[in-house]
Design a protein around this ligand. Structure first.
Ligand code: DER
Length: 219
């Protein structure tokens, strides 16, 4: 099970941290949930966690692991989360689970960001996976038109309202050969709350699950 394998490798990274009042940032999605399930033995060393979604918060509380508001903690020691795609520069597409805004906030507030994923997520160029964009509901059509002007094909994820009360456009057919540029262009569209490109804040390490074991990639 590649998810369990990379989750265990991330637990080892956390266990190797020296301080014992750890503030952990917790991602969202099935691989992040495999990581949450393994946190029990580290409970005594965890001061608190900062979660990227209501779903992950619920799972943490079920394990009697404390969850704090980001405003209540200083820096986050380490953020562990999955990804939908990653390139060799550890730039990511995230947001398949509609949690991209809080994921990017907690990743930005964390000293280290360790991404855990199976090898199918490592791609030469980002963009085969449709890029999620979180949008203020009243701006949905306007933002969609601006994304078309950028060459993308936006599709409203109609059955989803995010933890922040916003909607998601999944953008197909973007050629993402300049992730940093595109992340900034999307951020500049009025009505865009966040987008799933993690290039300005890429992962610091990618733990990749393969049939031959876990590969570690760093920038
Ligand atoms: O929504 C997200 O950003 C998730 O982290 C996603 O990118 C990875 O989800 P998975 O671990 O279930 O593939």
């Amino acid at each position: 099970q590649l998810k369990a394998q990379v989750a265990a490798a991330a637990i080892e990274r956390v266990a190797a941290l020296h301080n014992d009042d750890l503030v952990l940032g917790i991602g969202t999605g099935s691989t992040a949930e495999a990581f949450i399930q393994l946190l029990g033995p580290l409970r005594a060393r965890i001061d608190t966690t900062v979660s990227s979604s209501e779903r992950s918060s619920t799972l943490l509380r079920e394990m009697n692991i404390p969850v704090s508001d980001l405003n209540a903690v200083g820096e986050v020691d380490i953020y562990v989360d999955g990804a939908d795609e990653a390139n060799a520069d550890l730039q990511l597409i995230k947001g398949g689970g509609a949690a991209l805004t809080r994921e990017k906030i907690v990743a930005g507030a964390s000293r280290q960001f360790i991404c855990i994923a199976d090898e199918s997520k490592l791609v030469p160029t980002l963009g085969a996976f449709p890029l999620p964009v979180e949008v203020i509901p009243m701006a949905r059509s306007y933002v969609a038109r601006q994304i078309v002007a950028l060459g993308g094909q936006p599709v409203w994820r109609e059955d989803v309202v995010t933890d922040n009360g916003n909607v998601i456009l999944d953008v197909f057919n973007l050629l993402i050969d300049q992730p940093l540029t595109l992340e900034g262009q999307l951020n500049d569209i009025p009505g865009v709350v966040c987008n799933g490109l993690f290039a300005l804040r890429a992962a610091d390490e990618l733990l990749l699950g393969t049939p031959d074991g876990v590969r570690s990639l760093t920038r």
